[in-house]
Design a binder for this molecule. Structure first.
Ligand code: OAD
Length: 251
């Protein structure tokens, strides 16, 4: 059924979360034993206040994650989404809450990063992009790493991600919301759907009359509202979908 819906969709949006990167070895946020929030609360690491109070702790955590993301490889599920984009052409948009850049490295081109990127930095004071030296060595053990300072105003450099309490990038929101409101099918992969405003997107798709397929080994608060909840890992479900699509195309 998932494959039939995928085959019939002219406008397809894929929404991904941390579960998408889990099989590339990147911890999710909320899985009890392994997620980041099992070790830290969001307020300790992912807020503007945390950065002001403990800049080296917060910067160190983000440098650790950036180095880890660069060392990770996209898996078969990422590659399947890149194949899906090639197949769909203009009617495809990938909206991700992930900040690791793995979708782009797998070959997806039309990617909206709702929560920013671990690989972009800017001055926390004057907002100018920062392209200078970034400490790598100390970052490997998630220790404290002093942030570099801005060459223009001397402010601390911060990661280009969205922290709790901050608005999402306007352009990203506009593009994602418009695409979801106009899609026939929303594929929701590896997100707990508890962090807003991204968590509104499945409801927006349903309200607009689109089918919603969820791929997640665990139920989420939104599972009962989706057209189909597929309890499977992204690294298995997505390649299986693409293979089945290709087989249908040959028959
Ligand atoms: P979560 O950690 O909240 O949820 C990860 C989801 O992925 C869970 O529902 C898991 O069941 C599922 N999952 C785990 N392994 C999977 C796999 N192999 N295949 C498919 N699904 C799998 O992560 P997000 O929903 O992305 O925001 O969290 C949303 C936001 O909360 C993040 O972007 C981050 C965080 O706070 C900010 O930092 C602003």
């Amino acid at each position: 059924m998932a494959v039939e819906q995928l085959r019939g969709a002219r406008r397809l949006v894929v929404l991904t979360g941390a579960g998408m990167s889990q099989e590339s070895g990147i911890a999710t946020f909320r899985d009890a034993q392994t997620g980041w929030w099992a070790r830290y609360t969001p307020e300790e690491l992912a807020t503007p206040e945390a950065f002001r109070s403990h800049p080296a702790r917060v910067f160190g955590w983000y440098r650790y994650r950036a180095v880890q993301a660069l060392a990770a490889e996209p898996h078969a599920g990422h590659r399947a989404l890149a194949a899906l984009e090639r197949r769909c052409g203009d009617g495809f948009l990938l909206v991700t809450q992930n900040v690791d850049g793995l979708h782009q490295r797998a070959g997806n081109r039309e990617v909206v990063e709702l929560h920013g990127s671990l690989h972009a930095y800017r001055c926390a004071a004057c907002a100018l992009p920062y392209r200078g030296h970034l400490p790598v060595e100390q970052a490997v053990e998630a220790g404290e790493v002093a942030p570099p300072t801005c060459g223009v105003c001397g402010g601390y450099v911060r990661p280009g991600v969205v922290w709790f309490g901050e608005p999402l990038p306007q352009e990203a929101v506009e593009r994602a919301w418009a695409a979801v409101a106009a899609c026939d099918l929303l594929l929701v992969v590896g997100t707990s759907a508890v962090v807003y405003p991204a968590a509104y997107l499945p409801a927006l798709a349903r309200a607009a009359g689109a089918a919603v397929i969820e791929i997640n080994p665990e139920p989420t608060p939104y599972s009962t509202h989706v057209t189909l909840a597929w309890r499977e890992r992204a690294g298995r479900a997505l390649p299986a979908m693409i293979e089945a699509l290709a087989a249908l195309g040959r028959s």
